[in-house]
Design a binder for this molecule. Structure first.
Ligand code: HEC
Length: 229
């Protein structure tokens, strides 16, 4: 019994120890101001179309929705320029085939529709990833594949914004591209969130009013009972 207890304590101590070292290695993401306003989302979509769509799709977003969601609010003309002949109701799909992707990158780039929601850190993760290409301090992972924020640091995505070794004068523009496309992907991951937040506020106001009315009603109903006491 005593031996078993000793083992148990030892094992628990090990797990706590492991947890602690893992926590120390946890990557801290960059902070970024994700905003879901029209200017940001439009610019983010343009960055997506110019840069990311060469490899990634958004299978849960259609060209038409870019006009229909007032948060993005593209005009028909803007969408026509972006969709480049694809049907209005079509999903936003890359022209890169899986076979070509396998040949070039050894992996098919994931769909980005719900990526921002799926990853811990959400928009901040995408932003950090796009601005996280660096030289491998150990010199093992080649430039363009070493990323400070990707688990294991070796990413098959070749530095899409050419962040590594960028000119200092381009820094602000690159950061803004990364910020807007991250914001756009946060929106795409949950396009109803803005509306839901608005609905949520009205529900709160309604509940408060309902409470006041019910309280007044209760006082009114019990008024006479109290008088008889
Ligand atoms: C030249 C092709 C290419 C382009 C362009 C590209 N990507 Fe990627 N991307 C990839 C590949 C390949 C992967 C898979 C990486 C892996 O798992 O190692 C990937 C993975 C990702 C991931 C997932 C990382 C993870 O945690 O699994 C995100 C997010 C991402 N890309 C965002 C973007 C954004 C945003 C853009 C545009 C600014 C972009 N990518 C442009 C090829 C590309």
């Amino acid at each position: 019994m005593k031996v078993m207890m000793t083992w148990l304590v030892f094992l628990m101590w090990m797990f706590v120890g492991l947890g602690a070292t893992q926590a120390e290695e946890k990557i801290v993401l960059k902070t970024v101001n994700i905003t879901l306003d029209q200017v940001t989302l439009k610019k983010g979509m343009s960055v997506f179309a110019d840069t990311c769509m060469g490899c990634h799709s958004l299978r849960y977003m259609t060209w038409k929705k870019l006009m229909d969601y007032p948060e993005i609010g593209f005009s028909r003309k803007e969408v026509d320029e972006l969709r480049d002949g694809a049907p209005l109701n079509a999903r936003i799909m890359t022209s890169l085939t899986a076979a070509d992707a396998m040949a070039s990158y050894g992996i098919v780039p994931p769909d980005l529709s719900v990526m921002a929601r799926a990853r811990e850190g959400h928009g901040a993760y995408i932003y950090s990833l796009l601005t996280g290409f660096a030289h491998d301090p150990k010199g093992r992972i080649p430039d363009g594949n070493y990323n400070l924020y990707f688990p294991g640091h070796n990413i098959a995505m070749p530095d899409p914004l050419s962040w590594l070794d960028h000119d200092p004068e381009d820094e602000n523009e690159l950061r803004e591209q990364a910020r807007t496309v991250s914001s756009f992907l946060v929106f795409v991951g949950e396009p109803h969130q803005i509306q839901r937040q608005a609905t949520g506020r009205w529900v709160m106001v309604f509940l408060v009013l309902l409470t006041i009315v019910l309280y007044a009603l209760k006082r009114d109903v019990w008024k006479d009972v109290k008088h008889h006491k």
